[in-house]
Ligand binder design. Sequence first.
Ligand code: ADP
Ligand code: G6P
Length: 467
Amino acid sequence: MEQCPMSRLIIISNRVQPPTGEGGGNQGGLAVALSAALRESSGIWFGWSGETVDEFTGKIDFQRNFGVTTATIDLEPQDLDEYYNGYANRTLWPLFHYRIDLAEFESGFAEGYERVNQRFADTLEPLIEGDDLVWVHDYHLFPLGARLREKGIRNRIGFFLHIPWPPYRLLLSLPNHRELVETLLAYDVVGFQTRDALECFHDYVRNELGGTIDGNRVTVGDHSVTAIACPIGIDADNFVEASQSAAARYAHYRMRQSTNGRDMIIGVDRLDYSKGLEERFLGYERYLSSNAGQHGEVFLLQIAPPSRGDVQSYQEIRSSLDALSGRINGAFADVEWVPIRYVNRGYPRDKLAGIYRAAKVGLVTPLRDGMNLVAKEYVAAQDPEDPGVLILSRFAGAAEQLTDALLINPHSPEDICDAIAQALAMPLEERQARWRACMDNVMSQDVVWWRKRFTDALEGAAAAAAA
Ligand code: ADP
Ligand code: G6P
């Protein structure tokens, strides 16, 4: 059993979703990872309740669920529009996922974003004690560290970005990009998912801020911050256990029954345009077109719970996937066979683990992804004697670690088609060798490793304000 860190950990993220005991839903990687990290150490998880009130009060609701203490605040509807649906999900998310075509730059969004970060700082400040380690998560909260410093907080404060960091020249299209990036200098440690993201950050610092890089230290004027690549992992032991639970075994059995001897390919993603779902369907369509002998022998199960449904680009991707899955099924289906089972809902983790295990192929093809935990979960759920094959986008952060997956270009339907054919025909020995190499990484660089790597860096860093 891992030792708790000496200091109490205060984790802050926009989304706070502690485990429910039923384990399920469409939380996204951040909530899944933070639940696991907090179970391992005492501390508080602070953030938005997911609810709105007419007028912001700053009242904090404390709860304890399955070993995790949460402290949440309600926001106003205007905050939701400008900060969450606006700046976070209509400006930063698309831009940081290289979708400048979808990014909207409204000054009202930026104001709402600043206001909510200030509200977070004002309500959080009284909770921070002595030598607490403060750890801020993700693109909703870039400025929070700077706002806490302004309020006199001298504790060590770290920031981890769960999504990609865009290339320097792309980031220049964000109005006030400089102010936003400079707020990162208030932290003691800034963590990125990949070396690639870290290098893009370095490029920005050198080219735009005139800063210098010396190993892990990034210096701009009088400010110095530790910047590291620290890839997030899954709660691997727990997931392996989940995949062997009675619920998982039952889900696996039911799935095998319903596949009727056919090979199943699986995709599991929030319904997000960054996940490359249209391209995935088109790649699979190409596979069906060029492998007529496989009709009736294989099917794709795509599980995609809706996400951020108030944002237009998410409504659009949803309708276009409805249309595309309908078109492909219409073109290829038979009375006894449907090529795509397209499901828009979440499943409990145990059940999901059993479903992953029943799939011969895991199809994980985001156009851009900070990490992608589904890829790691798919690997962890496999039967070592007869493992499935992971097909993974080279543009997912996980591709830096899972180098023995079949790495593909998700923009190319041909690449997807060829990889499906290769995976379905792969001899057992090669499947086992590739799986073992991926599994070694999933097990060794798990969520505990990630949390420890980050908090060790944070504990080792001198408080910025004391410098
Ligand atoms: P993101 O954080 O962008 O959503 P990740 O792949 O990193 O992408 O994390 C997604 C997390 O959400 C995974 O832990 C996955 O198991 C979970 N998830 C996604 N879809 C579902 C679903 N339909 N049911 C249950 N969990 C889901
Ligand atoms: C990604 C983001 C998280 C976010 C999650 C779900 O994992 O990095 O910050 O919580 O998606 O999105 P949502 O908007 O529902 O919180």
